[in-house]
Ligand binder design. Structure first.
Ligand code: AR6
Length: 174
């Protein structure tokens, strides 16, 4: 049974097997959670990312965590919100699935996700929360090795959207 926990904290402080980075196609750093992760992990993370030669939107790649308390960083690239006209929902779901596939491949027991695409990329919060939770629930119903999945919210707006969606989905699915 996998636990799904919604928490409000700075993801860079979590001692989990992997934290997920909401990166951009270059994988060479940026602002938001990406900037925070690179600052906390140190320059070796950027050196490792340079070897990866970027990442497509909706895909994911893994590195070590270097100076982070987390062992690994899974870098994924969420879609930029564009009025829902560019397959953003499917691409965001793909981000969560691809990260979980890597977690399975590396036999990770714990993983922490930030709210991918919910910052600079402006994905609507309620819809993003629903995609995150349903995609994760579908994946874990078939997979058992992951013990804990954290959904990390920095701001209160994201926290509220996640909590409300979580309650709604639990009610809907019994
Ligand atoms: N811990 C947890 N969550 C955080 C943290 C943190 N330390 N810092 C920010 N967040 P964003 P995106 C939240 O903009 O929308 C970067 O420049 C934040 O409040 O980081 O996918 C990349 O290089 C928000 O809810 O990612 C890309 O160019 C969520 O993380 C671009 O931003 C995601 O916000 C990606 O944009």
């Amino acid at each position: 049974m996998t636990d799904i926990e919604i928490i409000q904290t700075d993801i860079t402080r979590l001692k989990v097997d992997a934290i997920v980075n909401a990166a951009n196609n270059s994988l060479l750093g940026g602002g938001g959670v990406d900037g925070a992760i690179h600052r906390a992990a140190g320059p070796e993370l950027l050196a490792a990312c340079k070897q990866l030669q970027g990442c497509e939107t909706g895909q994911a790649k893994i590195t070590r965590g270097y100076c982070l308390p987390a062992s690994y960083v899974i870098h994924t690239v969420g879609p930029v919100w564009s009025n829902g006209e560019r397959d953003e929902a499917a691409l965001l779901a793909s981000c969560y699935r691809e990260c979980l596939k890597l977690a399975k491949q590396y036999r990770l027991k714990s993983i922490a996700f930030p709210a991918i695409s919910c910052g600079v990329y402006r994905f609507p919060l309620e819809q993003a929360a629903e995609i995150a939770l349903t995609t994760i629930q579908q994946f874990v119903s078939a997979e058992t090795e992951l013990q804990t999945i954290y959904l990390v919210c920095l701001g209160v707006a994201v926290l509220t959207a996640y909590n409300e969606t979580f309650t709604k989905l639990k009610v809907n699915h019994g």
